[in-house]
Write a protein of this length. Structure first.
Length: 298
């Protein structure tokens, strides 16, 4: 429950119908995960031959890379992406292969059936070709529910995603590397913090990077505040409910705004505090004179 630190009184929220209710974060401790549907990849596929590369008949080496996605519960799964050069379909005008056979292995290293074409292609510039830049596969949950996931290797005729690089022409790029650029799925998250904005809106932030808006703090407006009685710790009491309170959100009508993360100025009686200062000063002065007399006697 959200309570006042000094008085231990419960702080109330206000719903859209104007009803007061306690603010409790019991139902906001976790953020649900989301299953992956679309995955965008980035990186480079480096063409490398077996051995030292001098053998013209040597085959190009396959590329293997692991990737992670999320099921509908937010649980992470790591599969393996394998690309094998298809030397039967060379790029026109070039001896370099531009088509790659795609295989996906599950967590048990078993190859799964693709729900799309089983190959991707690159043009002479090493950029993904139109119509041959995406593959789809299916994931089955423990309850047998199917989840279709598409993997995009990049926008055609651009270098924004995965590109094909000749290792002999680019010696600085020695190894292939393919990684997830964007995944619309995400893991289940734990509550890490909450903050309050000027409108009194409470926002919960989670470990998976997600956030959600929930309760709004309720503020009370009193048309005759002088009828209230000050108690302690800057609090006021409405004796016998003699003053009617209008409840509203921060910033509405005659109400001010809330400053989250700030300390409020103390509501104190200045005349009383100044009188106390004078009393303390006199006490200190008397003690000083007593000490002075004591030294004189010695």
């Amino acid at each position: 429950d959200l309570i006042d630190q000094n008085s231990k009184e419960q702080i109330m929220g206000l719903d859209d119908d104007g009803n007061l209710h306690p603010i409790n974060n019991t139902n906001h401790m976790d953020s649900e995960g989301k299953g992956s549907e679309h995955i965008d990849l980035k990186g480079s596929i480096v063409l490398k031959k077996e051995g030292d590369g001098k053998d013209k008949d040597a085959k190009y080496l396959p590329v293997t890379q692991s990737f992670t996605f999320f099921d509908e519960t937010g649980a992470a799964h790591t599969y393996t992406l394998k690309l094998t050069p298809d030397t039967d379909t060379p790029t026109p005008g070039s001896k370099e292969p531009h088509t790659w056979k795609v295989s996906i292995l599950n967590e048990q290293k078993q190859e799964i059936h693709l729900k799309s074409l089983d190959s991707i292609s690159f043009d002479l510039m090493g950029q993904p070709e139109m119509g041959n830049n995406e593959i789809k596969f299916e994931f089955s949950n423990t309850d047998g529910k199917k989840q279709l996931i598409s993997m995009n290797f990049g926008k055609p005729n651009t270098s924004e995603g995965v590109t094909q690089v000749d290792g002999t022409l680019s010696p600085d790029q020695k190894e292939s590397k393919i990684e997830v650029k964007k995944d619309d799925g995400y893991a289940k998250g734990k509550l890490v913090k909450a903050d309050i904005d000027e409108k009194g809106q409470i926002t919960y932030h989670y470990s998976n990077g997600k956030s959600k808006h929930c309760d709004k703090l309720a503020l009370a407006y009193f048309q005759h505040p002088e009828a209230l009685t000050q108690t302690h710790d800057g609090l006021y009491k409405n004796p016998n409910k003699s003053v009617h309170a209008q409840y509203q959100h921060s910033g509405k009508d005659n109400l001010g705004t809330i400053k989250g993360g700030y300390l409020e100025m103390a509501n104190v009686d200045m005349s009383t505090e100044f009188a106390n200062i004078i009393a303390y000063q006199r006490m200190f002065q008397v003690c000083s004179e007593v000490m002075q007399v004591d030294k004189s006697v010695i």
